[in-house]
Design a binder for this molecule. Structure first.
Ligand code: HEC
Length: 151
């Protein structure tokens, strides 16, 4: 067997064995990962929002934990938008994300910054200071969804 053919055989064997472990492509996994992150983001942001709107009592300990989680999760989004990961029928991500990547990344960066500020603020702030930090974050959810998510 020539070296070139041997190398080809090894590469094919390798890709078959990695596929056997995982039937989803990397891009499908990225799509799942992104949905998982947004699910966790919404889960943790919900009570923060409810506290800010007076629907449930403000609890600083709970707010700190949820805001710290939110800040960690938003950072993870930087890996969650590889090109081609808007899997047809399973994603509401608009093509505009990849057509205007720099603009999208700027909104994502703002989200990370606002979430970090909310996380810092939640540890120390009273309710009146906490409220605008939550609404700043909520505004970025809306801005990004308006531009980059199908309704
Ligand atoms: C930087 C852009 C951006 C920001 C900021 C953002 N989102 Fe999203 N969100 C998206 C996109 C794009 C999708 C669609 C993802 C997909 O379907 O592949 C999405 C989807 C979702 C989903 C649906 C997940 C699913 O499984 O279908 C929820 C819930 C959600 N976002 C909540 C939030 C909340 C709450 C915030 C703010 C705290 C927020 N998002 C901030 C871009 C953003």
């Amino acid at each position: 067997m020539s070296r070139r053919i041997l190398l080809a055989v090894i590469l094919v064997a390798f890709s078959v064995s990695t596929h056997a472990h995982d039937s989803k492509t990397k891009l499908e996994q990225a799509n799942d990962y992104r949905h998982g992150l947004y699910g966790a983001i919404a889960w943790n942001f919900g009570p923060l929002n409810a506290m800010a709107q007076g629907k449930i009592p403000f609890d600083k300990a709970e707010a700190s934990i949820r805001a710290a989680r939110l800040a960690a999760l938003t950072e993870m989004l930087t890996e969650a938008f590889p090109e081609g990961s808007a899997i047809h029928g399973k994603s509401e991500a608009k093509a505009a994300i990849w057509e205007h990547r720099a603009e999208f990344d700027a909104v994502l960066k703002k989200f990370i910054t606002k979430s970090a500020a909310l996380s810092e603020g939640a540890k120390t702030a009273d309710l009146e200071k906490f409220k605008p930090l939550v609404s700043d974050t909520r505004a970025v959810c809306k801005e990004c969804h308006d531009k980059y998510k199908e309704d």
